[in-house]
Design a protein around this ligand. Sequence first.
Ligand code: SF4
Ligand code: SF4
Length: 185
Amino acid sequence: MATQSKPHWTASPALAHLRTLSPDVCFQCNRCTAGCPLLPAMDLTPAQVVHHMLLGQWEPVLKSETIWACVHCETCTARCPQEVNVSELLQVARVLAWREGKVDPNHPMAGYFASFLENLYVYGRSAELPLTIICKLKSEDYFRDFMLGIRLIARGRLNFFSIPRGAATYRRLYERAAEKEAAGS
Ligand code: SF4
Ligand code: SF4
């Protein structure tokens, strides 16, 4: 049987959503799983993640590849007949896994996740050039995806020269959210 470990309860809306769900809300129809485009990269299906979380079995979820493979496209959430917000549950599991040290800090997606959050804090929104530089420096893998990057720039999907403004305003929002979370924990 999977180990049960309680995460820190925070003011996260996803955890609040989880607390409103009864364990039998999910009848394992697998509609969420069937629609997931990232399923081949997952070790637990979205339906299995929901099943574990509803039973309070956090350990297998927090150690899974699934929480790092998910791109939060919300297809699973849209397909669930029981209105389980699967995507948001995966997102909160990712945050908890990071906070509780359940993931190797050298995990490529976990590393990207940490850099992305730092980037948001500094610039307010995603700033693609600094984020790319930081990720490349951390991974020391300078040329991987080089051609993909060139193609994205050519199609206007990456704008290295747009640095977001108004970071201080966003930072105050983040700090207020952190204060609210600390007060609700
Ligand atoms: S679609 Fe909803 S009810 Fe069906 S398995 Fe997924 S979470 Fe459970
Ligand atoms: S949100 Fe994540 S789990 Fe859900 S369908 Fe998209 S990639 Fe799959």
